[in-house]
Write a protein that binds this ligand. Structure first.
Ligand SMILES: Cc1cc2nc3c(=O)[nH]c(=O)nc-3n(C[C@H](O)[C@H](O)[C@H](O)COP(=O)(O)O)c2cc1C
Ligand code: FES
Length: 495
């Protein structure tokens, strides 16, 4: 517990409240009244400061779960693939009586009479292409067969290589990998059978060369490269990454923080999880280059609580990088010190929003802050300048150093450059991930060519193009895309 507390500045020990709650729950199974009192005292807080977290974050529970706890996704792709039938079968097998309606978001856990099993419906687990999915204990299980509960309980997989492989294992054999319409930069090694998460594998592929190169450049040079690249944030808002970075003053006296947003909870999205699970050093390298450019000495990876395996993989990658002096004191003799810590969320979707995330990282409920004045680059973590970037955005930084900003900007469209990882799930034959140049592939190509078209007997009714906040596109609808052009000469474009 002391090691967890030491990850945060002493005067901000409240940040350790969620890590301590996780540790307590992992050890004792649930958060008791004693836990609340003990953690509050340990951190010099009032018990209410801890209780407000337990009652806000769905992953914390005030009652014991079964010896084996199963979290089952009920969001769209999983619901379409039979997660409600799976829940019924689980309950019948375990003799669990579930109330017809959940009693709110808290403790909707149903425990079997013998206490051996408990089940809970949760929202999207970021593996929609292998629906239906659930987490058994701490392990993600994909393509679960609703009629083989015994298999579900038996099956075990290697913790650091989730199945999925771009949909390869869920689909009919796919001869060409990656798909010819793809342009892989960030996903170059993801899904490759010989690729592992070890640092040695990453180094053999030229890993950390861009960090070495960046350390020879001035901070201003790196920020300019990112500006010239035209990179837009990949977390949803699409804000210019270089412009955001340039809000940090070069002579800033307060500590500057970098936060990697790995909360990936948007239904239909699973791109960040694959980077974390399969190529954690790529993310770390991107973060370390970014820290150097921003003069940020501390970085946090806010990873969603359900990515238990992902958090472990990242922790291991950090320690491997430390042994090579890619992080820690005096990185590669550059006199630059930097620390990277993993911080787990606890099931609250809203913590993906950057100011809610910052509140959560400060050990509070993830209520978003009002902008202005709380723009993170000005008043962020601990009221210090903070850059929040998405996992994929930070990986792109490494490629911008490798290629140069101008060369990167040649990919994609003017003013919307580079590659993007798109995720396809639902009633298609080859659900999975695809890295494409921005604007190079139409929705029709994505659905009918890359994702193999609709499953037999299915008819396209609608497409949700980007998470549940996006407009649902009806199959018979011609829709208009507003091109992201500052001068917007092209205006609206029919698709
Ligand atoms: C409700 C809501 C949820 C969000 N969830 C995520 C998320 O899971 N991951 C993410 O990177 N950004 C998410 N965002 C966007 C972040 O607020 C922020 O714009 C982003 O992390 C900035 O990084 P970027 O500039 O690299 O995209 C969310 C925004 C909103 C409003
Ligand atoms: S909808 Fe179930 S994992 Fe995304």
């Amino acid at each position: 517990m002391d090691e967890a507390i030491a990850r945060y500045p002493h005067e901000h020990r409240r940040s350790a409240a969620m890590p301590l709650l996780h540790l307590w729950q992992e050890h004792f199974g649930f958060i008791s009244d004693n836990a609340v009192l003990w953690i509050a005292e340990k951190l010099g807080l009032q018990p209410i400061n801890i209780l407000e977290l337990v009652t806000f974050y769905p992953m914390f529970r005030e009652q014991p779960a079964g010896k084996t706890h199963i979290r089952l996704c009920r969001t769209l792709s999983c619901a379409m693939a039979g997660s409600f039938e799976l829940m019924e079968n689980l309950c019948t097998t375990f003799g669990i009586q579930r109330p017809l309606e959940d009693a709110g978001t808290h403790n909707p856990i149903s425990v079997s009479p013998d206490g051996n099993y408990s089940v809970e419906f949760v929202e999207c687990l970021a593996s929609c292409h292998t629906a239906p999915v659930c987490v058994v204990g701490e392990e993600l299980r994909e393509n679960v067969d609703a009629n083989s509960i015994a298999d579900l309980l038996k099956e075990r997989r290697s913790p650091d290589r989730p199945r999925g492989n771009g949909g390869l294992e869920t689909a009919a054999p796919w001869k060409s990998f990656p798909h010819p319409l793809e342009h892989r930069l960030i996903y170059k090694n993801i899904g490759h059978p010989d690729w592992t998460t070890d640092i040695d594998c990453y180094l053999r592929d030229g890993g950390y060369e861009q960090l070495k190169q960046a350390l020879t450049l001035s901070r201003e040079d790196i920020v300019n490269k990112v500006k010239n690249s035209g990179l837009r944030g990949r977390g949803g808002a699409g804000f210019s990454c270089g412009l955001k970075w340039s809000f940090i003053k070069p002579d800033e006296k307060r500590p500057v923080y970098l936060i990697c947003n790995a909360d990936e909870s948007e239904p239909g999205t699973f791109k960040d999880r694959y980077i974390i699970h399969e190529d954690p050093h790529q993310l770390l390298e991107g973060m370390l280059i970014s820290c150097y450019a921003l003069n940020a000495r501390t970085a946090y990876i806010y990873v969603r609580g359900e990515f238990h395996e992902g958090a472990k993989i990242l922790e291991r990658a950090i320690e491997e990088a430390r042994t090579h002096n890619f992080l820690g004191k005096n990185v590669l003799g550059s006199r630059f010190d930097v620390e990277v810590y993993v911080h787990r969320g606890a099931g609250a979707y809203i913590c993906g929003e950057e100011t809610g995330l910052i509140e959560s990282l400060e050990g509070k409920r993830g209520y978003p802050r009002i902008k202005p004045p709380y723009f993170p680059a000005v008043l962020g973590l601990y009221m210090c300048p903070t850059i929040v970037n998405n996992v994929e955005t930070l990986c792109a930084v490494k490629h911008i150093i490798a290629m140069g900003g101008t060369e990167y900007a040649r990919l994609g469209r003017p003013n919307n450059t580079g590659t993007r990882v798109v995720c396809v799930s639902g009633d298609v034959q080859r659900p999975g991930y695809f890295e494409i140049e921005v604007g190079a592939v139409t929705m029709g190509q994505l659905i009918y060519d890359m994702a193999g078209g609709l499953r037999p007997g299915r008819k396209l009714k609608a497409v949700i193009p980007g998470g549940s906040s996006a407009k649902v596109l009806r199959a018979d609808e011609r829709f208009k895309l507003r091109q992201r052009q500052t001068d917007d000469r092209a205006g609206d474009v029919d698709r």
